[in-house]
Design a protein around this ligand. Structure first.
Ligand code: 5HY
Length: 242
């Protein structure tokens, strides 16, 4: 039985539940998908600082997964935090939801828009689009200005995000949308039906990317940059905020 861990890099368990439900819904019947909540770090990731402090929790989860024989991992945060470091310590594939969502959207049209949470994270999405070679497809990046943890509690969140997606498609002239937050994973079908364009959620895209790679018997290469880190002593503890 293939085992995939979907890691929520923030420490909010209700968000992990939403993420896991979406990942489980698309996984094959012979694949076990487990949602993992980071045990250390920020309750949500909305800044470079949050992102930096989320990485130790991601790596701790991946290293635990390695001890338990997990076949592959999803990093379920749109900043893809710790992706390269996780690939160094994992034997199997590690896929970030931003890379998976952008790649999926690039197969569906000539250009996509990204709709994320706070405007201050737009730069990180732009950086990832460049890193993943997606600039020719990424027509624009927009923010709905809903804080990550309000996605679940704000009764108007779905409507606000749907309108932000509608406006993005109009303004960018794009023909697909990428949802820029793991917390939006359960909204893609509804928004796609409303707008009449493909709306891609990175959690399901990444889960199926990992499932495909493991099915093909493919693992992270240990020949070069993703080889195991050199053995050394690490002092414990992380910098406190404020
Ligand atoms: C995410 N933050 O997917 C990102 C979204 C963002 O806690 N989970 C978070 O705004 O970068």
């Amino acid at each position: 039985m293939m085992r995939i861990w979907v890691i929520n890099p923030n420490t909010t368990r209700t968000m992990t539940d939403t993420i896991t439900k979406c990942a489980v819904a698309v996984a094959a019947s012979d694949v076990t998908v487990t949602g993992i909540t980071s045990e250390i770090g920020p309750e949500s990731i909305e800044s470079h600082y949050d992102e930096a402090l989320s990485v130790p929790g991601v790596l701790q989860a991946v290293q635990r997964g390695e001890r338990e024989g997990v076949d592959g991992y999803v990093i379920a945060c749109f900043g893809d935090p710790g992706l390269d470091a996780a690939r160094e310590v994992a034997a199997g594939p590690v896929i970030g939801i931003a890379e998976a969502a952008m790649q999926a959207a690039s197969h569906l049209g000539t250009g996509f828009s990204i709709v994320t949470t706070l405007a201050r994270t737009i730069g990180q999405s732009a950086h990832l689009a460049e890193r993943y070679g997606m600039q020719r497809f990424c027509r624009g990046i927009h923010a709905c200005e809903i804080p990550v943890l309000d996605l679940d509690t704000d009764p108007n969140a779905r409507k606000i995000i749907t309108e932000a997606c509608r406006e993005a498609v109009e303004v960018d002239g794009s023909d697909a949308v990428v949802l820029g937050c793991a917390g939006m994973a359960d909204m893609c079908k509804e928004i796609s039906a409303e707008l009449g364009v493909p709306v891609v959620d990175g959690v399901t895209a990444a889960t199926l990317t990992v499932q495909s790679l493991v099915t093909m018997g493919l693992r992270t290469s240990k020949r070069g940059e993703y080889a195991l880190p050199p053995a050394k002593v690490y002092a414990t503890g992380s910098p406190a905020a404020g």
